[in-house]
Design a protein around this ligand. Structure first.
Ligand SMILES: NC(=O)c1ccc[n+]([C@@H]2O[C@H](COP(=O)([O-])OP(=O)(O)OC[C@H]3O[C@@H](n4cnc5c(N)ncnc54)[C@H](OP(=O)(O)O)[C@@H]3O)[C@@H](O)[C@H]2O)c1
Length: 336
């Protein structure tokens, strides 16, 4: 039986990019398990762009208090149970937090099948804030039609890479925007996107004009800022702009830069619509069924970038915000 947990706590609110000195990794004894609770040995912890907005004092996401464990989705196995229906050894996913052993009320957890490979897939391709988010944004909002041009930003990341692949499955021509030549090559050579733009070295607006002379029908935006403006300037008539996120703005939420070219929506009779995947709870089973099937059929690729050891969580967010990851970024809580 394990007697301690190691958790990542917030010690200082970042004013810019969240750097490792905003966190501390502490090891503490575990209290006896209360009735109705379970103890989970956490295997993988999800690292999400949205975590940055939880570190602020306000905002869309509920804030993390100073000294509190960083909230995060995770997967692991039950190692102790005082709750009916939850057996030792069962694999589970849920809000386990950035810690090695989570003690939780299991009503927030879900059982998962651990016979089909690594549990990491429940945070990656099948994760709520990853594959499911991409599915909702593409299938419920963007709705690309065969032959239409679909553009996605942060295209080599977790949500973006899946969104682009779903649009390909739906018959669209897909252009991905990502930072650096390695990511651009990954999009076309590994994921089979039709074209890629390296926003760090290319003029995004000029490249979009070349690659989509008839305009863009669907834009799945994860980034905001200049990239959003560049795409707005190149919309086709009756285009759909899906606001999934705006990672370029999260470090400075008091001075978010809105799109200066939003009047293109009027000129091109287009619409812009935001969403959060948890607004679509009734669609989650359908999303997971499709994602699972595509994974099994080899039609969906989800790269996983895994940092080993809970002590590496503090560097993980900075890694993401400097564009280090290809695919889903996670921390492996246990290293043995
Ligand atoms: N609506 C929802 O329900 C929902 C749910 C989950 C996530 N999201 C959103 O989805 C987006 C992607 O999240 P994720 O967790 O999958 O992260 P991710 O795409 O795996 O990683 C973030 C990527 O964003 C890019 N990036 C970072 N800073 C940037 C900047 N200043 N300008 C341009 N690109 C930047 C980096 O790639 P490059 O190297 O290409 O720059 C980085 O790898 C985020 O906006 C997130 O908030 C929305």
């Amino acid at each position: 039986m394990l007697h301690t947990t190691t958790r990542v706590i917030l010690t200082r609110r970042p004013t810019d990019t969240a750097t490792p000195d905003c966190f501390e990794v502490v090891t503490e004894p575990l209290a006896p398990l209360e009735s109705g609770h379970v103890r989970v040995d956490v295997e993988f912890i999800s690292v999400d762009a949205g975590t940055r907005t939880m570190l602020r004092g306000e905002g869309f996401h509920q804030q993390v208090g100073i000294g509190e464990t960083i909230r995060a989705s995770g997967v692991g196995r039950v190692i102790e149970s005082a709750a009916e229906g939850w057996e030792v050894g069962q694999a589970v996913r849920g809000g386990l937090g950035a810690q090695t052993i989570a003690t939780v009320d299991p009503s927030t957890l879900q059982h998962v099948d651990d016979t089909g490979g690594s549990l990491s897939r429940y945070l990656g391709a099948l994760g709520g804030s990853t594959g499911v988010t991409a599915w909702v944004g593409v299938r419920e909002i963007g709705t690309p039609q065969p032959g239409e041009t679909f553009v996605v930003s942060a295209a080599a990341g977790a949500v973006g890479s899946i969104a682009g692949q779903i649009a390909k499955i739906d018959g669209a021509r897909v252009i991905g925007i990502a930072g650096g030549p390695t990511k651009a090559a990954y999009l076309t050579d590994t994921l089979g996107f039709d074209a890629a733009i390296d926003y760090k070295s290319e003029d995004v607006s000029a490249r979009l004009r070349e690659l989509a002379p008839d305009g863009i029908n669907v834009f799945f935006d994860n980034v905001g800022g200049d990239i959003l403006d560049a795409v707005l300037d190149n919309l086709a008539l009756r285009a759909r702009v899906v606001i999934c996120g705006a990672i370029s703005q999260y470090d400075h939420m008091d001075a978010v830069r809105g799109p200066s070219l939003y009047l293109r929506l009027a000129e091109r009779q287009s619409r812009m619509e935001g969403f959060a995947y948890f607004h679509f709870t009734d669609r989650i089973p359908a999303a997971r069924a499709d994602l699972s099937q595509w994974l099994d059929e080899g039609r969906l690729i989800m790269a996983e970038e895994i940092l080993d050891g809970i002590e590496r969580y503090p560097e993980a967010l900075q890694f993401m915000y400097t564009g280090g990851n290809i695919g889903k970024l996670m921390v492996r809580a246990t290293t043995d």
